[in-house]
Design a protein around this ligand. Sequence first.
Ligand code: MN
Length: 384
Amino acid sequence: MQKKKNIAILGSTGSIGRQALDVIKANPDRFEVRALTANNSLELLIKQACEFQPDMVAIANEKHYSRLKTALADQPIKVFAGDEAIAQIAELNSIDIVLTAMVGYAGLKPTIHAVKAGKIIALANKETLVVAGEIIKELAQKHNSAILPVDSEHSAIFQCLTGEGDNPINKIILTASGGPFRNKTMDKLKHVTSKQALIHPNWNMGAKITIDSATMMNKGFEVIEAKWLFGLKSEQIEVLVHPQSIIHSMVEFADGSIKAQLGMPDMRLPIQYAFTYPDRLKTDFPKVDFLKYPELTFEKPDTTRFRNLALAYQAMKIGGNMPCILNAANEVVVSAFLKNKIGFLRMSDVIEKTMQKVGFIKKPAYEDYVATDAEARKITIESL
Ligand code: MN
């Protein structure tokens, strides 16, 4: 009998957090929920706490503290609120694995705490690596913290690399569904609404990442994420549109051989793999039936219509705090787009403008990222 893995889920009420709890629920002999945190979704957090009985819960929005405390008053669960509490939960002794499933820049601080505490990080918050990949990587080495990808593409690459040791690779091929607007002309893209953008053809995800998928910023972020996770050069990372989302990504090795990981688009699989690595557990998830997918097709990504992908490559090549600027600007424009305050195509224009305006720092420290994030948000809001 294996020792149960003790898990903290940061962002348990979001799409990844909820699916992680499904995985845990299906394997009660393997996993134990020790801590749950949420940003704002009070009612769902209460419900999850009652069901999974963690040692503690925390809510980022301190306004909800007293209601959370009252709701869990007769449970043996400690209750906290605020960003600082969430950062501290990430370093608790009782926890083996921290799943970072919160949205956006907010993931950076708690992830740094978890890495410094030497935890296994099941990384779902890609913005952490986009913003501060260099710092996270250095800290992870120093504190012996393993960072296991939850993002489906990176999980695919990770699975392809398992067992390959130091075998040199030529490149990785990140697949992209192309999102809901893959076939829309420039003219049509000008008028698409957030409602249309929120309908993803293959993946069931939260609002922010679904918009990022529609603009292909998500793929741009994943390129940067891959650079840090796998120690690659920019020119070793290729993006290939694959509308069926059956091949989750591929690795081409030095001898020209290509390995791919395939499966139905279901986030529970990469979540579970990060929890059980290097083991695999039986699941009842839907399986691929190739006769239902007689055609797996591929296209070159179009960076004229989806400029965010080009902007992300540019930010990665420039390095320093540029990806942090890219991310901050993107968070602001996506939130404006969700409120119908900015058009689809204008999002890239505003991001590009912010990238030109914010002060560049070649070798940023943590405090520089915090300052850059704040400055970039301010400048982006001004150019909306
Ligand atoms: Mn992904």
